[in-house]
Design a protein around this ligand. Sequence first.
Ligand code: SAM
Length: 301
Amino acid sequence: MTSFAEFLTAKRTVEDRALNSAVFERFVSELGACSGSDLVRIVEIGAGTGSMIARLAEWNALPPTVSYRAVDIDADTIDTARQQLPEQLIAAGYAVDRTTDGLIASRQEGGTDQRLELSFEVDDGFSITDEADAVIASAVLDLVDLDPTLQDLKGVLNDGGLLYAPITFNGRTSFTPVDPFDGKIERLYHRHMDEVREQPGSSRAGQQLVTALPAAGYRVLDAGGSDWVIRPVDGAYPAAESTVLRHLLATIDNALTDYPPEVLSPRTRTEWIETRTEQLQRGDLTLVAHHLDVLAQLQAD
Ligand SMILES: C[S@@+](CC[C@H](N)C(=O)[O-])C[C@H]1O[C@@H](n2cnc3c(N)ncnc32)[C@H](O)[C@@H]1O
């Protein structure tokens, strides 16, 4: 099985395509409006291997002067981010100096001096405090209890601060070619997220987030679909996207082993996974997984 950090790095190209461009552009424009204050403070919770930071830099989406706290509870992912990001930022035109807890990256873009002060932290991102202009939680809010988390985030955000939560899972994992057991496997995989696994979270977190935000004191500025579509192109998967499919099949397999044989026979599970693995190896497997991107703003009390 691939490491979690390899999986996170591999899904970057999938999500570059998947991100909802209207929600992303609104986020970038609202973030730009914060630049009235000289320094824009961003906290990313569940930053993983740093894909969002690299993307924002490459896509020229950051305000001129940014302090960016990249927080993840998993030390391996933060280590990978620390190793990968200097090269990625240099490729995006930045000069990079390492600091004790992160790095400082600077460049000139369109006649403007840009500076990114980045710190890496291994911590529970929902127990930290800050006065951030924006919190980013990408592919994270489907792993938490939403109501307490939205309250916790009030200790991280300024009044009027932005919450950008892209790639929030929302209830569909579908593969082709069609298999007679797909419906049952998908139902049990999602039920595992909702009722079986120890980690909190929900298989319909995207929609639940849109409903929970106003009740928790946030205004939803925009929301839109951001489906993963991973498919072979001329018989081969782009970039490292076969790694994403392999990791997802292993995740589904692990989840399904928690069911007793009277709910799902081991033979059905094994045959389904073997069939999907063979299709992946032949370059014949396509996945569509449904997510929502949500942008909200914390209202003043
Ligand atoms: C599905 S991954 C997404 C990572 C990254 N945002 C990306 O999209 O590539 C979820 C991440 O959230 C992190 N995470 C989960 N609970 C967390 C918490 N309480 N505080 C900080 N990070 C957390 C995990 O360690 C993991 O790296």
